[in-house]
Design a protein around this ligand. Structure first.
Ligand SMILES: C[S@@+](CC[C@H](N)C(=O)[O-])C[C@H]1O[C@@H](n2cnc3c(N)ncnc32)[C@H](O)[C@@H]1O
Length: 348
């Protein structure tokens, strides 16, 4: 999966075939403006304002508290990008905005759009990172309000993956205890526990995260079956032969190789014989030549925002093998482009 210029008429098709499309302009000026229009439309509340039906620009501006002329420009931009439809003097939602951007849509990405507003500023600091090599370490710099935006944004990001993750996460027969390290909102733990009725889960996450993730977990109504534990996976005791599954989703891209090796060893010790360690991660192809857009760009992004980056399945399996686990064949998730699971089993 990748973003790219899509010719829309015969002249553009010919231009594309002849190599005359200004690809860098599409990839930069257009991509930046498109991204910002969708983020700002979400922040202003344009999509939710249209949930009940089409409205004029003036009506939208009044409901959202936007300046009318400026709001009109945004609405036209969103219509040009197929996030809104315009007809008979009114703007309406399109299938894309209705499905993904309404606050109460089943798999709403609205909260991820709000998180992207913060991430925009992180990305603007790429030049400093390239010159100094110093990452942002954003976990250490978030304000309490931003911690809340971060937790809700991550929940929105994975909400579209839930059915597939619940189905494909390997859980040994008769398993009882599931540890979700960096599990935040608990959406994935809850879905996996619903699929495996004998399972109960503990979500270990940083105290600042738990504070804001607690109301999100409460929405899952799992009671004592899925609970938070505030702590630090890098220093807390994970126990010995205490868990049937240890699940780590979207966390190891924040840690460097040595940290992940050490953590994997502690996880291997914490697993019961026959237990499974599941790494769910954005994977990086094994050579830049094979790198897809998503894995490669997010590798740069996580290097900038943490201290690490994305990992190859081979690297993840290497940590597992070194810790005495037996890696399984990696699985690529269909509903989470660029993401996969690298599981490994502890010998009985
Ligand atoms: C990118 S989020 C992933 C959340 C969730 N697992 C998912 O896939 O949507 C990373 C999570 O790891 C947590 N985290 C970061 N460092 C941690 C640490 N040292 N110990 C435990 N959790 C940590 C963050 O607070 C955050 O909730």
């Amino acid at each position: 999966m990748k973003l790219g210029g899509i010719p829309q008429n015969p002249v553009e098709w010919i231009g594309a075939i002849l190599g005359r499309l200004p690809v860098p302009l599409l990839d930069t000026h257009v991509a930046m403006l498109l991204a910002r229009a969708v983020i700002e439309g979400t922040r202003l509340g344009v999509f939710d304002a249209l949930a009940a039906g089409p409205l004029t620009a003036q009506e939208i501006a009044t409901r959202c508290g936007g300046e009318p002329r400026a709001t009109g420009k945004l609405l036209d931009a969103l219509a040009g990008c197929e996030y809104l439809r315009f007809g008979a003097g009114r703007y309406a939602l399109t299938p894309t905005s209705r499905k993904w951007l309404l606050a109460d849509a089943g798999q709403s990405l609205r909260d991820k759009m709000l998180l992207l507003f913060l991430e925009w500023d992180f990305i603007a600091r790429t030049g400093d990172f390239l010159r100094t090599g110093k990452p942002l370490d954003f976990h250490a710099s978030l304000t309490p309000e931003e911690w809340g935006i971060y937790q809700r944004g991550m929940r929105a990001t994975v909400s579209t993956w839930v059915p597939e993750v619940a189905r494909r996460t390997p859980v040994p027969r008769g398993a009882n205890d599931f540890l979700d390290i960096g599990g935040s909102h608990g959406l994935l733990s809850a879905a996996i526990c619903r699929r495996h009725p004998g399972l109960r889960a503990v979500i270990l996450d940083l105290p600042e995260a738990v504070e804001h993730a607690a109301p999100l977990l409460a929405r899952e109504a799992m009671g004592n079956r899925v609970v938070h534990r505030a702590g630090d996976a890098l220093t807390d005791d994970l126990g010995a032969e205490a868990w049937d599954v240890v699940f780590v989703s979207n966390l190891l891209h924040h840690f460097d190789d040595a940290t992940n090796r050490a953590l994997t060893k502690r996880i291997a010790r914490a697993l019961r014989p026959g237990g499974v360690f599941v790494i769910q991660e954005l994977f990086r192809p094994s050579s830049p030549g094979e790198a897809g857009q998503i894995g490669a760009l997010l590798d740069l992004y996580f290097a900038l925002t943490s201290q690490s980056g994305t990992w190859t399945f081979q690297e993840m399996a290497g940590w597992q093998r070194e810790a005495g686990l037996v890696p399984r064949k990696p699985v690529k998730l269909v509903t989470a482009p660029g993401t996969g699971q690298q599981a490994a089993v502890k010998k009985r």
